[in-house]
Design a protein around this ligand. Sequence first.
Ligand SMILES: Nc1ncnc2c1ncn2[C@@H]1O[C@H](COP(=O)(O)OP(=O)(O)OP(=O)(O)O)[C@@H](O)[C@H]1O
Ligand SMILES: [Mg+2]
Length: 231
Amino acid sequence: MNNIIEIKNLKKTYENGTIKALNGIDLEIKKGESVSIIGPSGSGKSTLLNMIGALDRADEGNIYVADNDLMQKKDLSKFRLNEIGFVFQLHNLIPNLTVLENVQTPLIETSIPDKKMEERALEILKSVNLSDKINQKPTKLSGGERQRVAIARALVNHPSIILADEPTGALDSKTSEIIIKLLLDIHKKENVTLIMVTHEQNVANMAERSIYVLDGKIKEEKMNTPTGINI
Ligand SMILES: Nc1ncnc2c1ncn2[C@@H]1O[C@H](COP(=O)(O)OP(=O)(O)OP(=O)(O)O)[C@@H](O)[C@H]1O
Ligand SMILES: [Mg+2]
């Protein structure tokens, strides 16, 4: 299958149907593509990401992710572990674990031997340039360093899709740029599909395609040039 994600007429309501968070989403994403999702607060961006990452189930419609029918699938946690890497705005690192331990947490419920888990975590921490911080606690790190730990943690299970929900929302503009470039770099090198939610147009333009969400629907889509300048 060329498309890693296929969504048709997806709907999700909250509060007994009074809030229509997703109101008929149609979306196809190719394997290895980078896509940004932009739109006003409350428009449904995080809800859409949560449906793709199977953190929650939709009410109606179809959603296929990496050949899994998420409306039907039973074991969603196994699906998440195999296919998805999450990066959130607030990185959710565990404060009393070291950087190395934090990165290994997604692997704990797998059957991967400890030694292999550590090797993989060390390798990925090297790729985000944090080899010198592996024994440090997250509270002693800068915001950008913490977000790089979160990215390493998202990648440690070799996901086919990275879902990033405002990954730079809590960072200054210079650090934001470093983090986005790192995500795009990993996406290219490892051929991982990248979907990132952002409020910033310049960040959105750095993805290959941008999607504009309004009132739970996709209002507009556009292709971006590799320089981030719109055609
Ligand atoms: N768990 C929930 N319970 C009830 N309503 C919810 C829940 N999660 C989201 N909503 C509502 O669904 C709508 C879409 O929310 P969502 O979080 O997807 O927006 P968003 O586009 O990510 O906004 P932001 O840019 O502020 O993060 C909003 O009206 C929100 O209040
Ligand atoms: Mg959101």
